[in-house]
Design a protein around this ligand. Structure first.
Ligand SMILES: Cc1cc2nc3c(=O)[nH]c(=O)nc-3n(C[C@H](O)[C@H](O)[C@H](O)COP(=O)(O)OP(=O)(O)OC[C@H]3O[C@@H](n4cnc5c(N)ncnc54)[C@H](O)[C@@H]3O)c2cc1C
Length: 299
């Protein structure tokens, strides 16, 4: 069997022992045995075929803003999609690559007077991650503006479009995720707006996030899903007086109890300890099983 270095030589950039710390907003993560940036969609197809044949695990990495990655070495291949094209399709419709960041989407909106995605302000995510996780904020969801999503089916290596109507969305997830599809890009419909209006909306979102969430600190956003629209995970944690609960350099945020903050030196085991502790306390008090919103990689 050919080594991965040899097999991937013309398919993209393959690096060894890459620390994932820099690629997650939690700033937690050990070294990935392999880190791969495919040159193109076709290169990704071939790479996946090789990985399947050699029975090697892979992970798709977006902005790393919803992940808790083990501080130990990560077996397998971490694949980062660098597809960052933005192509006009007419009538305020654009094709955006999965690797386009939320920040770039907003810069694009501002430069072209196109509204609709202002709620993405301060989200350190990429388009692919936003779509599979059905990212939302208040009444806005990424799916409100989607027309079609371009995906790659890893088992068959087929690339095709799925209409928005044929994607099932659930709380912070989608059928794209449950079916293990890889998002390559999507058609997004903006609407004409003005620079002033877009700026105003972005300002409101930023002000809300600064008031209610942890901005500019190492976190992965909300740790737990809300058990229901009426029962907020953060409120349960707050009622148990667990704000400030600490393990090593990880602690439960004082501002928003559903956030765990890494002061810089926390390991995945510290965060896992806090998560399990919170789950147990919530279950013992109310019989509620908190479900995690973040995704764990090997921890
Ligand atoms: C400060 C902060 C605030 C946040 N606020 C919100 C909020 O208001 N609303 C909200 O919904 N979320 C919020 N989040 C969570 C997070 O930003 C979202 O879940 C986002 O959708 C994750 O996107 P990502 O690109 O960072 O994905 P990653 O964290 O890199 O990956 C998450 C999952 O998506 C998969 N994935 C990534 N890209 C692809 C792709 N191209 N194809 C297939 N699978 C892919 C990964 O394999 C993984 O399973 C917040 C996070 C932070 C840190």
């Amino acid at each position: 069997m050919r080594s991965l270095e040899e097999a991937f030589k013309n398919l993209g950039r393959l690096k060894k022992d890459v620390s994932l710390k820099e690629f997650t907003t939690f700033r937690i993560g050990g070294k990935a045995k392999y880190f791969f940036l495919p040159f193109s969609e076709d290169c990704l197809k071939i790479a996946l075929k090789i990985l399947r044949k050699q029975v090697i695990n892979y992970y798709i990495l977006g902005g790393g803003s919803n992940l808790l990655v083990s501080s130990e070495a990560i077996e397998g291949v971490v694949i980062k999609l660098d597809f960052k094209e933005i192509l006009p399709l007419g009538n305020n419709l654009f094709y955006l690559g999965a690797g386009v960041s939320a920040r770039s989407i907003l810069n694009f909106s501002l430069a072209n007077n196109l509204g609709g995605l202002e709620f993405l302000a301060l989200l350190p995510a990429s388009l692919g991650g936003l779509i599979v996780n059905n990212a939302s904020f208040k009444d806005n969801s990424i799916f409100d503006r989607l027309k079609r999503v371009k995906v790659l089916q890893p088992q068959t290596q087929k690339i095709f479009f799925i209409d928005r109507e044929n994607i099932h969305c659930t709380y912070r997830s989608s059928s794209l995720k449950t079916e293990g599809l890889i998002v390559l890009g999507a058609e997004i419909e903006f609407y004409p707006s003005s620079l002033r209006e877009i700026k105003e909306k972005i300002k409101e979102v930023i002000a809300y996030r600064k008031r209610n969430q942890e901005v500019g600190r190492f976190s992965a956003g909300c740790i737990f899903k809300n058990p229901s629209p009426q029962i907020l995970a953060g409120k349960l944690i707050e009622e148990l007086n667990l704000k400030g609960l600490r393990k090593g350099e990880a602690f439960v945020s004082l501002r928003h109890a559903n956030f765990i903050i890494n002061e810089g030196g926390a390991g995945s085991e510290d965060v896992v300890f806090l998560i399990e502790y919170i789950k147990e306390k919530v279950y013992n008090r109310w019989g509620i099983v908190l479900e995690e919103e973040i995704e764990r990689w090997q921890c």
